[in-house]
Design a protein around this ligand. Structure first.
Ligand SMILES: CC(C)(COP(=O)(O)OP(=O)(O)OC[C@H]1O[C@@H](n2cnc3c(N)ncnc32)[C@H](O)[C@@H]1OP(=O)(O)O)[C@@H](O)C(=O)NCCC(=O)NCCS
Length: 155
């Protein structure tokens, strides 16, 4: 598996994975996104140094990519919010933890100033809770069925 930066060619995949019903249920905003809205957002994200999206794919890339991992870097650039979304075709195969692990490794190498990572996960999203906790994220607090987790990178 390889982790690479997302490019314009990944827009369609990201759009389709985002609108998948499981992803929508797991998201804080469950609305269906329209293509024009997605494309506008994605073009702005590609120019924004505070949003980093990685794509995980097999080598050689024989099928569609495995999934994505996004890091939203805070204003002061010391923290980043992480989210992961797998290609629905590749879910339930035990791939998520290694994608999360490898993406964090690449991100922290490229952004050494970042001190901690956070994640916001719906309580009922047990697979997601499991993979983040396995990567040493610690639940901080929970409100309205949503848990905040944190990983201190300098511990
Ligand atoms: C959440 C997501 C990333 C998990 O990826 P995945 O590859 O399908 O997950 P896995 O198959 O590796 O399962 C993760 C773990 O949860 C466990 N699990 C799966 N379904 C479960 C369930 N219903 N209840 C409890 N545990 C469950 C798996 O057994 C596995 O644990 P293990 O490694 O100890 O066996 C993926 O389903 C996804 O992209 N979902 C939509 C987007 C999303 O929810 N993102 C997270 C919000 S940040």
């Amino acid at each position: 598996m390889v982790i690479r930066s997302a490019g314009i060619e990944d827009s369609r995949y990201l759009f389709e994975w985002r609108n998948d019903p499981t992803t929508r249920n797991a998201s804080l905003n469950t609305d269906e996104i329209h293509w024009e809205e997605h494309q506008k957002w994605y073009l702005s994200v590609l120019k924004n140094p505070q949003v980093v999206i990685y794509i995980a794919e097999d080598i050689p890339a024989e099928s569609s990519p495995l999934g994505m991992c996004r890091f939203n870097i805070s204003e002061e650039r010391e923290s980043a919010e992480v989210s992961i979304n797998l290609n629905p075709e590749h879910r339930g195969k035990g791939l998520a933890q290694s994608i999360l692990h490898d993406a964090i490794e690449v991100f922290t190498t490229e952004h050494p100033r970042v001190i901690d990572l956070t994640a916001t996960i719906r309580e009922e999203n047990l697979p997601s809770m499991k993979i983040f906790v396995s990567e040493n994220f610690v639940p901080q607090h929970s409100q309205d069925g949503v848990v905040q987790l944190k990983l201190n990178l300098k511990d």
